[in-house]
Design a protein around this ligand. Structure first.
Ligand code: UT7
Length: 413
């Protein structure tokens, strides 16, 4: 397993700069969805083949795991070439979340394993977490979060043209949760797929969906992050079982006025740290068995100390990257919505970034670590608490297994 020193913040997949001219050369002058095959081959993920400067000439998925800057000019330029499919920006129009009702407190955990409320609060900032009831599934939470986000956005499910569900705790390997969400919300047949970028999933999903809309593939997209970690923790392992909770959060994306919406993003991975957090699937290696006390169990294992060192650095580098790419500085940030894995990780990063509590949203005390759902749940709560106003610069930042990390910066519309 790689040591934390092995982890380089720069070693993810290629960096790409989207100069916002994606529609011009790549997609030609076709209007609306008429770009057809060419648009989907070059435009849906990459923001236009051939227009990416930097080291990601390979295109395809490499560009997803890279840095992208959208200077919000894509609409203007696409608009003239692409016929009404790229004017203005793309951003979050509505948010929603769904938390199971059952609360598991630190005191409850004291009865399960050799731990204490004091240890958990001091080391993690967590006081309680939500646990799905027997009949609840990642899919059922995802559907309820999606419906809440659609209602918040005022967008009917029938207008959704892309559904992405981010999860590392899917109910089934197949079918995907996203296909079931697409059906449940009344979306017409459209693109739908699950994505696993672990705790960074919501940021990955947001950026991919944004580029899908930018490319003219659809007008509205739904990104849902749904996780049921309670089904994959070993409830006898105090090192992990106190850390996680269940929940789902969702974003509806669509067009925003120019200058608003997603301004820049960075998506990174570093597989040198792949062994730091694992949940076995079909394959369970000898090392996996050893780490699970000699048992062949599909439970989460984590080298917490190493992940913690990586996490604070990943948060700082990701925030700095999106600010730089958008031509903004730390002083311009109104609110940071970080992945809620540990209050100490958030505090360390905030100290380095000189962010006070007024510019940081924390709810880890209530829901603990809900993996990819934590950022959308936190964003939804921040909005309901009136912490976000039109024109605010809001950064979402996350890190997790893979290792993955990334951030998205937006001017709230
Ligand atoms: O979302 C995905 C990313 N995940 C994360 O970002 C998690 C990152 N890591 C962490 O948040 C922290 O590393 C933990 C909260 C998991 C652990 O905190 P730590 O300060 O790194 O503690 P530690 O693992 O170094 O353990 C310190 C002590 C150990 O005892 P000894 O060896 O000092 O005697 C552990 O055995 O605390 C012990 N310990 C516990 N004691 C009471 C570990 N878990 C518990 C527990 N209750 N639940």
């Amino acid at each position: 397993m790689g040591s934390s020193a092995d982890i380089s913040m720069n070693s993810g997949a290629g960096n790409s700069v989207d100069n916002g001219m994606s529609g011009g050369a790549g997609n030609g002058a076709g209007g609306g969805m008429g770009n057809g095959v060419n648009a989907s081959a070059g435009g849906d993920i990459n923001g236009g083949a051939g227009n990416n400067a930097g080291s990601s000439a390979g295109g395809g998925m490499n560009n997803i795991a890279g840095n992208s800057v959208d200077n919000n000019m894509s609409g203007d330029i696409n608009g003239s070439a692409g016929g009404g499919m790229g004017r203005g920006g793309v951003g979050i129009l509505g948010t929603g979340s769904c938390l199971p009702e059952k609360v598991l407190t630190n005191a409850d955990l004291e009865k399960l394993v050799d731990t204490s409320d004091e240890w958990i609060r001091q080391r993690t900032g967590m006081s309680e977490r939500r646990i799905a009831a027997g009949a609840e599934t990642a899919t059922s939470l995802a559907i309820r979060a999606a419906q809440a986000a659609l209602a918040d956005a005022g967008v009917d499910g029938s207008r959704i043209g892309l559904v992405i569900v981010t999860t590392c705790t899917a109910d089934y390997y197949s079918p995907s949760i996203s296909c079931q969400v697409q059906h449940a919300i009344g979306a017409p047949p459209c693109a739908a797929f699950d994505m696993n970028a672990a705790c960074t999933g919501s940021v990955y999903g947001l950026v991919v969906a944004k580029h899908h809309i930018d490319a003219g593939m659809c007008d509205y997209a739904l990104v849902v992050s749904a996780e049921l970690l309670s089904r994959l923790v070993d409830w006898t392992d105090r090192a992990t079982c106190v850390l996680f909770g269940d929940g789902a959060g969702a974003f509806v994306l669509g067009r925003t006025p120019g200058g608003y919406g997603l301004l820049s993003s960075t998506l990174m991975s570093d597989g040198a740290g792949a062994n730091m957090i694992t949940i076995p699937g079909i394959h369970i290696s000898d090392l996996d068995i050893e780490r699970r006390g000699g048992q062949k169990k599909q439970t989460i294992w984590m080298d917490g100390g190493k992940v913690m060192k990586f996490a604070s650095r990943a948060m700082v580098s990701s925030i700095e990257a999106v600010l730089e790419k958008a031509g903004l500085s730390l002083g311009d940030l109104s609110l940071v919505i970080p992945h809620q894995a540990n209050k100490r990780i958030i505090d360390n990063a905030a100290k380095k970034l000189q962010l006070g509590p007024d510019r940081l949203f924390v709810n880890v005390q209530k829901y603990s670590n809900t993996s990819s759902a934590s950022v959308p749940i936190a964003l939804d709560e921040a909005r309901r608490e009136g912490r976000i106003r039109r024109g605010d610069h809001v950064a979402l930042v996350a890190f997790g297994a893979g290792l993955t990390y990334g951030a998205a910066l937006m001017r709230w519309a």
